[in-house]
Design a protein around this ligand. Structure first.
Ligand SMILES: [Zn+2]
Length: 86
C-alpha cells in the first residue's frame, strides 16, 4: 500500500505546556515593600520589578496594576497543590 501520507500531519500535542494559569484578582504589599498578586485560586504570587532580570514596570503604578487585573499568571503553588494563602 502506497499513498497513506496523512500521518505526517499529526498534531504535536506534546508541545503544549501544562501551566496552571490563574487570573489576578488583587494585590498587596509585603513587609519588604514587594508587590504580591492575589490569584483567583487563593494563592499569592510575588510580582517583583527587578530589572534587568524581572521586568514588570507595570507593578510600580496603580494604573499598571489595575490594567493587569484578570491577567493570568502560572501558579506554581497550584502545581504543587499547596494550601491556600488567603
Ligand atoms: Zn494557585
Amino acid at each position: 500500500m502506497i499513498g497513506a501520507k496523512s500521518a505526517d500531519n499529526a498534531v504535536l500535542e506534546t508541545e503544549r505546556e501544562d501551566y496552571m494559569l490563574q487570573p489576578i484578582i488583587g494585590y498587596y504589599k509585603d513587609e519588604q515593600g514587594h508587590w504580591v498578586a492575589k490569584l483567583s485560586c487563593h494563592h499569592n504570587q510575588h510580582v517583583r520589578h527587578q530589572p534587568p532580570f524581572i521586568n514588570r514596570p507595570w507593578v510600580t503604578t496603580p494604573e499598571g496594576r489595575n490594567s493587569k487585573l484578570g491577567f493570568e499568571l502560572n501558579c506554581v503553588k497550584c502545581e504543587r497543590k499547596a494550601p491556600k494563602d488567603f
